[in-house]
Design a protein around this ligand. Structure first.
Ligand code: ADP
Length: 543
């Protein structure tokens, strides 16, 4: 019980009253003595209880001061400057100072010089009826920073003055980490080039104004911060023609957490030279607790670049298409003249060979050969342009059957006596049968043509790749290709070995076909060690 000592005192009083009465009525001496003993015991016990209660109150207070988060301080009003009378243990925990180092010293000694005037004014302005709530100042920590600079701790105070007791009672909370976090946020928002803003979602969009904006707004758009706070946001944002006004003002993509990304233009402050200038931003917003938090990144440069790129690509594609059309028409038109010339030269030689001298016959022979070569080049160009511009007839193609027909075709045309053409069990791929035949014919012909071995050998192997594709390898034991020529090997008219017949169109045609079928081709070779071409095709069926 908090005040049990009072009971003992009450008992003592009752006993002393009873003793007085007993003496007055002259009861036996031993009874009076008994009452005296009871009185004495009550007094002693009362004093003991009183002491116990007092010491428990003190202990309770000390315990609260220890566990409580606050820093408690009492200062003397009568001393000038006001000296500290007592401090709670919170001071040692937060500022490092022990009680003995603070008591008796003016509290102003611990306050940051810049905060002193306002703190003294605050402390003087309060009294018991008007306690001061929440003023903030910095107090010096006992330990300095590593560079010898004083370490300051932000404290938020509540204080009251009791003139009767001549004391100022004040309690503070350590606000350093919150203030530091706020200072960091403020620094980021000041130095960032992104626009940041907070608005109230309860206000309809056409009346909504900014609640907070960072400095980047006025830096980038030219408006004063005040002007921006006064403007309606709707007057600042400008709808995009595409996407629609709604898309530019509202959410384009949003997730379940209320985050959204949108694009829109923002009006810059009009100047004489540029009355209506806009900047283009990508906005990320988050709706939280009735507020909309927004950041905007200037993507005008990116957009311009993208637009320029798209335009350049469109231009290039248009020019390419023109060129391809031109090449296709030219190749088509030029196919027959060289053949006609070669035919006439041959006819002249056959019909008039008898009347012509040796030189004239040689001239006719040269004309025929060059015309044949020209016809072959034009034919190659024609086929190349057909591949580039024509449509594919994509179907499953059994490469074993295809290779068999290639072999039979070549066996009919040439003597394959010293030619060894072998192939593995090959897959069924997705492709254009005629074009794929063109690929194998070219690679196999080259493998035998640029080859001085005996027998000449061309082998075709395959390997399954990830993603339902097949790798095909056409390998020969021919003369090989110097690595320095390999990077340009697939460009038109690129010839490496001039001592052999050819036009330089074949590999360009092969690469165009493989690319058109969605694959790529590469060459691996060393001079004198044969050559292998590797390319990939789509499997006809998923594995
Ligand atoms: P062409 O065979 O008409 O000369 P291609 O475009 O088919 O033209 O080949 C280009 C050049 O690549 C050839 O001139 C030749 O020098 C080289 N080449 C192609 N295939 C091989 C091969 N299998 N071995 C060695 N060199 C080759």
């Amino acid at each position: 019980m908090a005040h049990s000592w009072l009971i003992h005192v009450a008992v003592a009083l009752v006993v002393s009253g009873a003793s007085t009465l007993a003496i007055a009525f002259g009861i036996e001496w031993w009874k009076t003595l008994l009452l005296g003993v009871v009185w004495f015991i009550s007094i002693v016990m009362g004093i003991r209880e009183f002491r116990k209660t007092k010491s428990r109150d003190r202990r309770e207070l000390t315990t609260w001061l220890t566990v409580g988060g606050d820093l408690l301080l009492t200062a003397n009003l009568t001393t000038k400057p006001q000296e500290i009378v007592s401090v709670g243990p919170g001071f040692e925990r937060v500022l490092g100072w022990e009680e003995s180092e603070m008591v008796g010293k003016p509290w102003m000694d611990f306050v940051h010089p810049d905060d002193l005037t306002s703190s003294v004014a605050k402390a003087n302005s309060c009294n018991q009826e008007r306690p001061v709530r929440q003023f903030v100042n910095r107090w010096r920590h006992k330990t300095d920073l590593s560079e010898g600079q004083p370490r300051w701790v932000w404290l938020e105070w509540n204080a009251v003055v009791d003139k009767g007791l001549d004391r100022v009672y004040a309690a503070a909370r350590d606000m350093t980490s919150r203030f530091e976090r706020e200072a960091q946020m403020a620094t980021w928002s000041r130095i960032t080039s992104d626009l940041m803003a907070v608005t109230d979602t309860a206000v309809p969009m056409n009346q909504r104004k900014f609640e907070w904006i960072n400095e980047a707004w006025s830096r980038q758009l030219g408006w004063d911060t005040r002007e921006l706070y006064d403007m309606r946001i709707a007057d600042l944002l400008v709808a995009e023609e595409t996407p629609s006004r709604q898309t530019s003002r509202q959410t384009c993509q949003s997730d379940s957490k209320g985050e959204a990304v949108m694009h829109c233009r923002v009006l810059c402050k009009p100047t004489k030279d540029q009355p209506t200038r806009h900047l283009f931003y990508e906005w990320t917003s988050l709706s939280l607790n009735g507020k909309l938090y927004v950041t905007g990144r200037d993507i005008g440069g990116e957009r311009l670049h993208q637009e320029e790129m798209t335009k350049a690509i469109d231009d290039l594609e248009a020019r390419n298409a023109d060129l391809e059309r031109f090449a296709s028409v030219a190749a088509h038109q030029l196919r027959s003249p060289p053949r006609t010339i070669a035919g006439i030269a041959q006819a002249l030689e056959e019909d008039y060979g008898g009347v012509l001298d040796k030189d004239a016959i040689q001239f006719l022979e040269d004309i025929r050969k060059d015309a044949d070569q020209m016809a072959e080049i034009v034919e190659g160009l024609y086929r190349f342009s057909k591949v580039r511009t024509g449509d594919l007839v994509v179907q499953p193609v059994d490469l074993n059957e295809l290779l068999q027909s290639v072999y039979e075709q070549r066996a009919k045309q040439t003597c394959m006596a010293h030619h060894d053409l072998v192939w593995d069990s090959l897959p069924v791929v997705l492709g254009d049968k005629i074009l794929l035949k063109e690929v194998f014919l070219n690679l196999i012909d080259n493998g035998f043509k640029f080859n001085e071995s005996n027998p000449k050998r061309v082998g075709i192997t395959c390997r399954q790749l990830e993603g339902d594709r097949w790798q095909l390898i056409v390998e020969d034991n021919g003369i090989g290709i110097d690595p320095k020529y390999q990077p340009k090997l697939f460009t038109m008219f690129q010839r490496v070995h001039t001592g052999y017949a050819g036009t330089g169109v074949g590999l360009a045609l092969v690469a165009a076909i493989i690319n058109k079928l969605g694959g790529s081709i590469s060459v691996q070779s060393e001079l004198g060690r044969g050559t292998s071409f590797t390319f990939d095709l789509a499997a006809a069926w998923a594995s």
